[in-house]
Design a protein. Structure first.
Length: 460
RNA sequence: GGCCUGGUGGCAGAGUGGUCAUGCAGCGGCCUGCAAAGCCGUGAACGCCGGUUCGAUUCCGACCCAGGCCUCCA
């Protein structure tokens, strides 16, 4: 089985072959830490995290970097408003980012480069671009000269002419050409800045990713991932800077772009204000259901974020964990990932198909009567779940989810369930039903089994 | 306006030139004191119009609709 990835560069699925057989390199554009991120920001980390796990299974070594951009005008603005150094802002939100991603089951990358730790590399890259004629200094700025890179626009499929013709933004007077973008810009005394050949200043938006990729991986990386909204201008500019700084060597060989999360059919975005912060969503829903929701559509498709979607994911997990609960007595060790799940993932990360395969395995497992067969299927279910970052908790923990912090006390629920059981055994069904109804009103569903009663937190 | 996606059953969402996606919800049955869970069975789809083909939801073209990027954005 081999991995196929849809490459934004060619707009086609391509077999993935790493540049060096012994090492795969992958870079995901991480957050600019000026605020809490929203649930849409988690889609890339979740699906590309699944890709990272997949690559680790199929190649001897993966080095996966996800950056933190910790210098930026929005950070500066927040720092000025709160009268604190930018580090106070960036430390706080970088920590929150890690915490929220962790809650969603996103693995930490191997490397987490910070832009402010790469200022010398950024300056060096600017100098090289100036020396080679691809950039120029003007009024304390360093600008990339788009016209020196004829392939500019290749990734996002747009021509320089069209962009210049359609330019709506006022062009700064120091730009030679309207499409030129800033690599370095001057800082006023109240803004953070670093000494440079062009005076005290700070990096522009795109250069940090180029510099960090180079620092971590060298001139050419295998896979570069990010949201489709970053394709232009961010990724296009990264390509231009890196290729020109490296004498024409390719920058990223495979570009992967994830689709946007929508709210009522519109992109969830900070500028539109139609966002759900991750901590808000986590407060109201099981994290694993949110993770499942983020992979419920193929990563390149847009995904409508609704309460109904989350509820459906909770029910889906109820069923999968229900299967595992039924198989609780079957002992299994670590197993191989079922072929149906793995082949779906190898086909451009087709998570919906992988989930369908998982559902099929669960159904087979419930029907199987032979213990050896049940063990095999349970092992496959757990291994397939692990590949997706799902199904790794104790089923009992899933069904009792949120009782401790949701104002419900598991021991008290147990006591009520026992009361009902006693009433039942006394054939006082009216009382038993009254207790069950009361618990249902608290969101607890009681189920009777041959082994005695059990309960779970109901899907909303 | 330019460039680019996509329109699949009640909902979500894969996929395919000619037999099944899958999940949730629904319906009938089994089980249950009654339920729930589970099991068995079951209906239901490919935006619109042409074309290619023995045959198209799948390929081609036009049209309609929705969304994204062109400005900070995952």
């Amino acid at each position: 089985m081999s991995l196929t990835l849809f490459n934004s560069l060619s707009r086609k699925p391509e077999p993935f072959v790493p540049l060096h057989p012994d090492r795969v390199t992958m870079y995901v554009c991480g957050p600019t830490v000026y605020n809490y991120v929203h649930i849409g920001n988690a889609r890339g980390p979740v699906v590309f995290g699944i890709l990272a796990r997949l690559l680790r299974r199929h190649f001897p070594r993966l080095v996966y970097a996800r950056n933190i951009t910790d210098v930026d005008d929005k950070i500066n603005q927040a720092a000025i408003e709160q009268q604190v150094p930018i580090g106070t802002i960036t430390d706080k939100f970088a920590a929150a980012y890690r915490e929220h991603m962790g809650a969603l089951g996103v693995d930490l990358p191997d490397l987490e480069p910070h832009a402010t730790a790469h200022i010398p590399q950024i300056i060096a890259m600017c100098e090289r671009l100036i020396e080679s004629g691809h950039a120029y200094a003007a009024e304390g700025h360093v600008l990339f000269a788009v016209e020196t890179y004829p392939e500019y626009g290749q990734l996002s499929r747009r021509s320089t002419d069209e962009m210049l013709a359609g330019a709506r933004v006022e062009v700064a007077p120091y730009k030679r050409s309207a499409g030129d973008f800033v690599l370095w810009k001057p800082s006023t005394p109240e803004l953070p800045g670093w000494d440079s050949p062009w005076g005290r200043g700070r990096p522009g938006w795109h250069i940090e990713c180029s510099a960090m990729c180079e620092a971590a991986f060298g001139e050419t990386i295998d896979i570069h991932c990010g949201g489709i909204d970053l394709q232009f201008p961010h990724h296009e500019n990264e390509v231009a800077q890196s290729v020109c700084a490296h004498g024409g060597k390719p920058f990223a060989r495979y570009w992967l772009h994830n689709g946007m999360l929508n709210m009522d059919g519109r992109k969830m975005s900070k500028s539109l204000g139609n966002v759900f912060r991750i901590d808000e969503v986590l407060a109201n829903h099981p994290a694993e259901a949110l993770r499942l929701a983020l992979m419920s559509a193929h990563y390149r498709q847009p995904l409508d974020w609704t309460e109904g979607l989350i509820e459906q994911c909770v029910r889906t997990l109820d069923r999968l964990y229900g299967t595992l609960r039924e198989l609780a007595s079957i002992q299994v060790g670590a197993g191989a990932i079922p072929e149906t799940v793995e082949s779906a993932l190898l086909d451009d990360l087709n998570t919906p198909q992988a989930l369908a395969a998982l559902a099929q395995i669960a159904a087979d497992a419930r029907r199987a009567s032979d213990d050896a067969e049940r063990a095999r299927l349970k092992s496959g279910l757990l291994a397939g779940g692990l590949a997706l970052g799902l199904l790794q908790q104790d089923p009992a923990a899933w069904f009792a989810r949120g009782t401790a912090d949701g104002g419900l006390d598991a021991a008290a629920i147990d006591a009520r369930v026992q009361e009902r059981q006693a009433a039942k055994q006394a054939r006082d069904f009216a009382r038993a039903d009254a207790i069950r109804k009361q618990l249902a009103e608290q969101g607890i569903e009681v189920e009777d089994t041959p082994a005695g009663p059990r309960w779970k937190v109901a899907a909303k």
